[in-house]
Design a protein around this ligand. Structure first.
Ligand SMILES: C[S@@+](CC[C@H](N)C(=O)[O-])C[C@H]1O[C@@H](n2cnc3c(N)ncnc32)[C@H](O)[C@@H]1O
Length: 216
């Protein structure tokens, strides 16, 4: 059975191109070519494909949309990608040297669900493993302010809004970003301007952190 969100992402699978930047120079600073890397919410595999083309060969993707996985298998048949519909990450503890999480927190609107996913990522990362996140921040332009306001009553968190195709997205406050990523030691944090999958511009960030075993 699908949730309405899975259906909306299934619908998006062949209609969208994802655009948050994989900053390869930065990634290469922290993640060696030999690393086993998990892409959580890998979509149709564009980031894994870019990593593959740059000599990263130990790659795994998971996504909760079967159509995204289907597109990935058609478009990039050499990638290993699997459907994963549970909120848990279906790998053993300490399975990966690095995890990438690109534009996925924006799809998970509740704080608790984001924290759960980040705990799962911490669990499957090796000690000293690296997490590389990019995602969306709150904007202050009128178009965004209007849609944040329109959905303020419906969703308790400021910055959540719906798109006409049924997708529900969240733009995050900086304060929340630092709170939810606090269980990783920050190695790099940068505020960026992203193109969005709908051809607009948005504030965004990139975070690289280390899985320190002492931090819960
Ligand atoms: C904006 S797309 C980004 C895809 C990919 N990370 C990229 O940057 O190309 C978000 C992806 O996250 C997936 N997704 C959303 N919520 C998810 C969840 N709770 N668990 C797993 N995947 C999820 C969607 O199906 C979609 O493929």
């Amino acid at each position: 059975m699908h949730t309405s969100l899975q259906s909306a992402w299934n619908h998006a699978a062949y209609n969208k191109e994802f655009t948050t930047p994989l900053q390869l120079d930065l990634l290469e600073k922290y993640i060696p070519k030999s690393a086993r890397i998990l892409d959580v919410g890998c979509g149709y595999g564009r980031s894994l494909h870019e990593l593959y083309c740059n000599g990263y060969l130990h790659l795994q993707g998971i996504d909760f949309s079967e159509k995204m996985i289907e597109r990935s298998k058609k478009q990039y048949p050499y990638l290993s990608v699997d459907l994963q519909t549970s909120p848990d990450v279906s790998f053993e503890d300490y399975s990966f040297d690095a995890v990438i999480l690109f534009a996925v927190l924006t799809c998970i609107i509740e704080n608790e669900a984001q924290i759960h996913l980040l705990k799962e990522i911490k669990r499957v990362l090796k000690p000293d493993g690296i997490i590389y996140v990019n995602d969306f921040l709150l904007n202050t332009d009128q178009r965004n302010l209007d849609r944040y306001r329109s959905f303020k009553e419906k969703y308790p968190t400021y910055g959540v809004f719906e798109l006409p195709d049924g997708l529900v997205l969240r733009h995050h406050s900086l304060e929340w970003v630092h709170t939810c990523l606090a269980s990783f030691q920050a190695l790099h944090f940068e505020i960026l301007s992203f193109p969005t999958m709908n051809g607009n511009k948005s504030n965004g960030y990139c975070f690289i952190g280390k899985n320190l075993s002492g931090i819960a």
